[in-house]
Design a protein around this ligand. Structure first.
Ligand code: UT7
Length: 323
């Protein structure tokens, strides 16, 4: 018998306010046409003024619990991936723990920017495989609208707010690729690239700061590194591209998503795409796409899924799992 961390519940939440591309045309020298053709984004959601990352995360977490038929105290842990927590501390994860009425276990945040959900899933997987926890809620939640420079047209049109959550549970498998659950993990970072995607502020520099990005440079790294890490994760799992049912990529730019699929030799019909509706929601983008993919009938029990993401750091990685 081999232990596998298997998804048993999923849910997501998007703030009510939807911002179409056209809304930026009034304040910036930009157009719906430019944003659509360069990024694939058509609209995004922004959190209300009094709505925080932990609020979005709590909604998504409740839906994942409902989906799994579980109560908050059935969880052993919450791991929340975010770069936009409500406060410097305590962690947004402990805020979700309290909002859910969860009075046992432990909760903490993970920060790997757009790769945050992959890192959080990897951490949860390791904890389940080591026997430290049997049931972990993994959440990606962000309010990137709070760190936008609204005068910078090259970044502020690209990001959005939202949250997605999955519940990972220890289940017995046979140790082969037919098992449900996480089959492989591949993580990387390279701190030499900090200047191409960062926030120019933080606690230790005594400001909040705004997101700064050299889009072309990030783009250049993205397709190559994403295809490489996805291939490496598939190799580790013993899965070939023709066995993959769905790629669920980080949703930053449709051209990156298409370029990566092309490099992997997979048609766009096998890629879950939500970037048109959500924009780039950083660590929330993959669990959001997983949840939407399940809701609209694309992802079904037993499907082989490859998820991959890259973001600030640079930090990147991929996970292969059977749903
Ligand atoms: O999630 C973290 C990872 N992030 C990403 O993966 C983002 C990666 N990068 C990208 O998605 C793309 O590079 C962008 C969407 C950011 C930009 O697309 P691009 O094809 O690389 O455009 P560019 O940066 O080469 O800019 C082309 C032109 C520039 O004008 P000039 O210098 O050619 O005259 C920009 O000033 O487009 C201009 N531009 C805009 N024009 C209208 C930049 N932003 C805008 C805008 N509206 N919003």
């Amino acid at each position: 018998m081999t232990m596998r961390a298997t998804v048993t519940g999923v849910g997501h939440y998007l703030p009510e306010r939807i911002i179409p591309n056209s809304e930026f045309e009034t304040s910036l020298d930009t157009s719906d046409e430019w944003i659509r053709s360069r990024s694939g984004i058509e609209r995004r959601h922004f959190a209300a003024e009094d709505e925080t990352t932990s609020d979005l995360a709590t909604h998504a977490a409740r839906r994942a619990l409902e989906n799994a038929g579980l109560a908050a105290n059935d969880l052993d842990a919450i791991i929340l991936a975010t770069s936009t927590p409500d406060l410097t501390f305590p962690s947004a994860a402990t805020m979700v723990q309290s909002a859910l009425g969860m009075t046992r276990g432990f909760a903490f945040d993970v920060q790997a920017v757009c790769a945050g959900f992959i890192y959080a899933m990897s951490t949860a997987n390791a904890m389940i495989l080591s026997g430290q926890a049997r049931r972990i809620m993994v959440i990606g939640a962000e309010t990137f609208s709070r760190i936008m420079d609204w005068t910078d047209r090259s970044t502020c049109v690209l990001f959005g707010d939202g949250a997605g959550a999955v519940i990972l549970e220890a289940q017995d498998g046979h140790g082969d690729k037919a098992d449900r659950g996480i089959l492989s993990v591949d993580l990387h970072s390279d701190g030499q690239h900090r200047d191409i995607l960062y926030v120019d502020g933080g606690v230790s520099t005594q400001s909040t700061g705004h997101l700064r990005m050299q889009g072309k440079e990030v783009f250049r790294h993205a397709v190559e590194k994403l295809a490489k890490t996805a291939t490496s994760a598939m190799d580790k799992a013993g899965i070939s591209p023709d066995e993959v049912d769905w790629i669920v990529p980080h949703q930053a730019n449709i051209r990156i998503i298409q370029g990566t699929a092309r490099k992997l030799g997979l048609p766009m019909e096998r890629v879950v795409v939500t970037v048109q509706d959500h924009g780039n929601t950083s660590a929330a983008s993959i669990p959001l796409a997983l949840s939407v993919g399940v809701e609209n009938g694309q992802i079904r029990k037993g499907d082989v899924i490859v998820t991959e993401a890259i973001g600030g750091g640079l930090a990147w990685g991929a996970i292969v799992l059977r749903w």
